[in-house]
Write a protein that binds this ligand. Sequence first.
Ligand SMILES: [Zn+2]
Length: 411
Amino acid sequence: MHTTLFYVIIGLLLADALWGWILEELNRRSWAESVPDRLADVYPQDKFEKQKQYRRVNHRFGKISSTFSLVVLLVFLWFHGFALVDNWVLQYTDHWLWRPLIFFGIMGLASYIIGLPFDIYQTFVIEERFGFNKTTPKTFVSDQIKSLVLGAVIGGILLSLVIWFYHFAGKWFWLYAWVGLSLFMIFISKFYTTLILPLFNKQTPLEEGPLRKAIEEMSQKAGFALENVYVMDGSKRSTKANAFFSGFGKNKRIVLFDTLINDLEINEIVAVLAHEIGHYRLKHIIWGTILSVLQTGLTLYLLGWFVNEPALSQALGINEPVFHIGLIGFAILYSPVSEILGLGMNIFSRRNEFQADAFAGKHADAAALQSALKKISANALSNPTPHPWYVFFNYSHPPLLKRLEALDKVD
Ligand SMILES: [Zn+2]
């Protein structure tokens, strides 16, 4: 028997898929005929044509694969597939840890097998055709085995911890998890550059010289007591140039990627740093932390509701609420829920980017920031003219052209 909530779930899944396709379609159609004049110097026409073609092929393929997995999920839901698998597991064990672990193991393996043909096609047909593929069939197979084993081990351990935690904390587990995660997030943001980053990259204080002098002059003008400027060996892993600001209080420091120093002129680097200082001075960092703590709380509260609500387990074909069934229900509804929760964060974040750009324009040099943004973003450019709706729902940063236009008005 199917309950009302069952049809609500189906309706949400269909609406979410349809909405995603509409946005993708709008975005695909808003590709310009040729590269906008302003970006012509960093985005060659032939690279643009290739990206356009590549995105078109991926768009079509994405439509096919997402339709396929949606249909599989709907059929599975219709026949109470989760309850069937759970009942099958129950024949062997009803242990509080083994039952959910085996259940998720079966689910994970099944979804891996369903996704595998699409993965193979993506790698060896699409990526191959555009010359992006560097994987041989042999590497592919060994990568797959490695990630399966790693996924099983790490996923198994994490899942056991979550199940154990729920078993021990009971129905208020979401509240404990929220407090724990929030403290962890604050701890990480305070100590990220001193404790975590050194595990992966080396940071050295920026040496005395014209760059250091220019940075100090700007930060004084921007009303920012700058003590720690570090250079990080970002080139070890990626060609992307970046700079970021981290920590608060005495731990705050600015970290420059060595790629940024190599690729940009001094006044451009100073403008990028002024943008980062802008985020700090305009309180974006503190508000961003508060908002993500709230967002985490709301998400965990919903998870708690899913896990404790008998109606949800019934909608999925099981009579009493069970943790792992609630978790599955949460997982399949996570995408529509997180899209709604993420929307506010995206609006907030795009507004902050414009404000930090304006701050940099005022305390450093708007034209220098424009040329820096062009250099930094050139590698990642795909659609230079994304559809406004697509931007509204998906972008955490404003599109490059919009940022350049806004900087024209700053002086
Ligand atoms: Zn920013």
